[in-house]
Design a protein around this ligand. Structure first.
Ligand code: AMP
Ligand code: MG
Length: 474
């Protein structure tokens, strides 16, 4: 049997924060995809896992030695409304391993059956959403965005109760940890300050050890989380990523992107872009993401108040100061990212206007966000504009900055919505995984143009793209 060297601190140190649980047995596990590079990074034997034994492990039929499967409890604000009890309803943490870089990583299953936190759900996952999360997470990783990763996707040999009775599947997911803003909320909402302190100590030790020696470790932790989220959301914005469901239970303390459900990448630049069918108010639209991140961080701050200072007024004042710094911190990261995309090698006063004017041009002329930046290096961007004179006027200012644009700053391949859909449809309807594998291979090297892959760099036609909607992977 393939061996995992588990060392399960969450199970050991936070006994009140989960329910021990076993994955459901499934009839016929089979590997669809195994991430050999990630397995190796985790210190696992990829060859041994690329086997029926590996499929049985990632489907939940075999619990490997040393794993202590558990369902984590958490709460969360969903679309602004508080749900006091969420938790892993279809996921289980198997355990933690130390990777070859010395980093502690969670290995979890998603779609492994009902748990005490399933509420009305079946605990299962369908193949389409599992492959979608695989593609999106790996694409984001290759784009340099902190994210949970896909270790494996397996089909289970059963059909799940969804539209069209699609094949059931399980995703093996790797994360720095699965602790969410909602994990803090669960205990804070019950007034259990001792548990919040316990969780805080654990998060500091695991993710922010430098905060331990700060004058106010709680405040230092909060500030560090804000910083990582500011950097993270700035990265999203620079690649045109729309998470789609930025509920507080989908925001990690580690600063990794998590829970790829209705997420999608924007084609034509439009700040109001929303793809998720359930986000009817546009709460999680592209341009709203930094503000929502700050809102979520305010919810985190509320859970920490009693630990920031015994004097509640003083505690509020201290966290408010950190929260109010968030927009500026975000903008700094975003502007740095945009400077890199435009090839600006120094920082100058007019840079913000230069970036914003470019984006305004893209919006006014409905130009593809990814192509517009990519084409700056070889001069092909100009042809994307219906009104070239407007582009030329802007380009004079840009050229005056003597830009040096690197193709490593602007991807040629992102997970284009129509390509993702085509890959999933082939897999789900025809068990044809070739389109998925082809797309995945390109997305793993998003900055390097490949021969015979020109079509993958293009958005769908506006007619085909109109009204594109994504759905939560439930
Ligand atoms: P998500 O929208 O994927 O972040 O999920 C929100 C909450 O619903 C989490 O607590 C999930 O564990 C739970 N959930 C989502 N889908 C299912 C399902 N099919 N069965 C049970 N619980 C689910
Ligand atoms: Mg979630």
């Amino acid at each position: 049997m393939p061996t995992f060297h588990f060392d399960n601190t969450y199970a050991r140190e936070l006994p009140d924060f989960y329910a021990p649980w076993q994955p459901a047995q499934v009839p016929q596990p089979a590997l669809v995809q195994l991430n050999h590079a990630l397995a190796t990074e985790l210190g696992l034997d990829a060859t041994a896992l690329d086997s029926p034994e590996g499929a049985a492990i990632f489907a939940g039929n075999t619990v490997p030695d040393g794993a202590e499967p558990l369902a984590q409890v958490y709460a969360g604000h969903q679309f602004g409304g508080y749900s006091p009890q969420l938790g892993d309803g279809r996921a289980l943490l198997l355990g933690e391993v130390i990777d070859v870089h010395g980093q502690r990583r969670d290995i979890a299953l998603k779609g492994s059956g009902r748990t005490p936190f399933s509420r009305g759900g079946d605990g299962k996952a369908a193949l389409g959403p599992v492959l979608r999360e695989y593609l999106m997470g790996e694409a984001m990783h290759a784009l340099g965005v902190p994210t949970t990763r896909a270790l494996a996707a397996v089909i289970t040999g059963e059909r799940v109760r969804r539209d069209g009775a699609p094949p059931g599947a399980v995703l093996a997911r790797v994360a720095a940890s699965h602790i969410r803003v909602g994990t803090f909320q669960f205990f804070a909402a019950q007034g259990d300050t001792a548990k919040v302190q316990q969780l805080l100590d654990y998060v500091i030790a695991r993710h922010y050890p430098e905060a331990k020696d700060a004058a106010n470790p709680t405040l230092a932790l909060f500030q560090a989380v804000c910083e990582r989220q500011a950097a993270l959301v700035a990265r999203w914005m620079c690649v045109g990523f729309i998470h789609g469901v930025m509920n507080t239970d989908n925001m990690t303390l580690s600063g990794e992107t998590i829970d790829y459900g209705p997420c999608a990448f924007m084609d034509a630049y439009d700040p109001a872009t929303v793809f998720s069918s359930i986000d009817t108010q546009g709460r999680y639209a592209y341009a709203k993401q930094p503000g929502i991140a700050q809102w979520n961080l305010a919810r985190l701050a509320e859970t920490l108040l009693p630990l920031v200072d015994a004097d509640s007024d003083r505690a509020v004042a201290l966290v408010t100061e950190v929260l109010e710094a968030f927009p500026a911190r975000y903008q700094q990261h975003w502007l740095d990212g945009m400077r890199r995309k435009l090839g600006l090698t120094t920082a100058q006063d007019g840079d913000l206007a230069l970036v914003n004017d470019f984006l305004a041009l893209l919006q006014a002329q409905a130009v593809d966000f990814t192509l517009a930046f990519r084409g700056l290096a070889d001069g092909s961007s100009r042809d994307l504009f219906a009104n070239r004179a407007d582009f030329d006027t802007w380009a004079v200012r840009w050229q005056a900055r003597q830009p040096v644009v690197s193709n490593q700053a602007n991807p040629v391949y992102i997970p284009r919505n129509h390509q993702v859909e085509a890959a999933l449809e082939a897999a789900v309807r025809r068990a044809d995984y070739a389109p998925f594998q082809r797309l995945l291979a390109l997305l793993q090297h998003p900055f390097d143009a490949q021969p015979d892959a020109a079509a993958y760099a293009l958005p769908a036609t506006p007619e085909a793209a109109a009204g594109y909607q994504t759905f939560c992977g439930t």
